[in-house]
Design a protein around this ligand. Structure first.
Ligand code: HEC
Ligand code: HEC
Length: 234
């Protein structure tokens, strides 16, 4: 009798798990993808006004001023490694830390960082939901991109597999040559930035109906990004 009760309790627990957890996980994944798009360009995603002043923490004399200086990626990088990653040198260099160290941090503490004196994001710029999605992305949704790119930020993947993925998932919108979206660049011209490609493939493009592939193995994104480097540059 006892065993039977235990067994049914276990079964109920299992059914409960099967019934609720995957749905919850899926919801979290979509919130994290949205957080990733806000990290990319929040005003492209939430359609708030573009800031017309430079972000106070952006280095004076830097190249990416006004609205560009407010994008999380501008200070913290597509590889989330700031000065220790691809933005350690070149036109985008700011000398600012990455956000890898905040992976696993309590999302509420990350919300507090976005509102702190250094960051100064207001609720007109980022709503409570925006802040939640962003904090989920930083805490649980960022990946260790360094595993998928080489030292010069080129994606490390299987180009032959990537071609199959690209032609079936992406080409409907972007064309087999990556040039079909009229208001965007030829994808071949931006593909050398491996970390940016992987970020956009996993999370989508801010404000656009582009899919977010983050539920798939990250290697799929790396394979696609590798193939994209062979697409026409213009
Ligand atoms: C103009 C530059 C700039 C922008 C844009 C920016 N940050 Fe930061 N961020 C900084 C600086 C500088 C620090 C280090 C602050 C400090 O030490 O107090 C920092 C630190 C952080 C940290 C802590 C990292 C750690 O390892 O503890 C997180 C998390 C963070 N930022 C998230 C964000 C998010 C999310 C956005 C976009 C909504 C963003 N930042 C936009 C400049 C920026
Ligand atoms: C439903 C249509 C759609 C699909 C499917 C789609 N995209 Fe997009 N993508 C867009 C649109 C629209 C834009 C915005 C135009 C732009 O900024 O280039 C965009 C933008 C991009 C950008 C940013 C280009 C830039 O620098 O501005 C990249 C990179 C990209 N897509 C790659 C991909 C890849 C890789 C896939 C397949 C995994 C894919 N897209 C699937 C619609 C789509």
């Amino acid at each position: 009798m006892k065993t039977h009760t235990l067994a049914s309790a276990a079964l109920a627990a299992l059914l409960g798990l099967a019934g609720s957890l995957p749905a919850q996980a899926a919801e979290t994944e979509s919130a994290m993808a949205r957080g990733g798009r806000l990290y990319d360009k929040y005003f492209g995603e939430n359609k708030t006004a573009k800031p017309d002043t430079d972000h106070a923490a952006y280095p004076k004399g830097g190249k990416y001023v006004k609205d560009a200086s407010w994008r999380c990626k501008e200070c913290h990088g597509w590889d989330y490694r700031g000065k220790d990653g691809a933005y350690g040198k070149g036109g985008h260099a700011t000398g600012i830390v990455g956000v890898r160290g905040a992976a696993g941090k309590d999302p509420a503490a990350i919300v507090a960082i976005m509102k702190d004196a250094t960051h100064g994001y207001t609720d007109k710029q980022l709503s409570a939901k925006d802040m939640t999605d962003l904090s989920l992305f930083i805490s649980k949704g960022q990946i260790d991109v360094a595993k998928y790119v080489d030292g010069s930020n080129k994606a490390k993947g299987n180009a032959a597999k990537g071609e199959g993925y690209f032609n079936t998932i992406c080409a409907g919108c972007h064309g087999l040559d990556g040039k079909k979206v009229k208001d965007g660049p030829a994808l071949g011209s931006v593909a050398d930035n491996g970390a940016e490609m992987i970020h956009k493939i996993l999370n989508g493009q801010p404000g656009e109906g582009m899919p977010a592939l983050r539920m798939l193995d990250t290697q799929v994104a790396a394979d696609i990004a590798t193939y994209m480097t062979s697409l026409p540059k213009q």
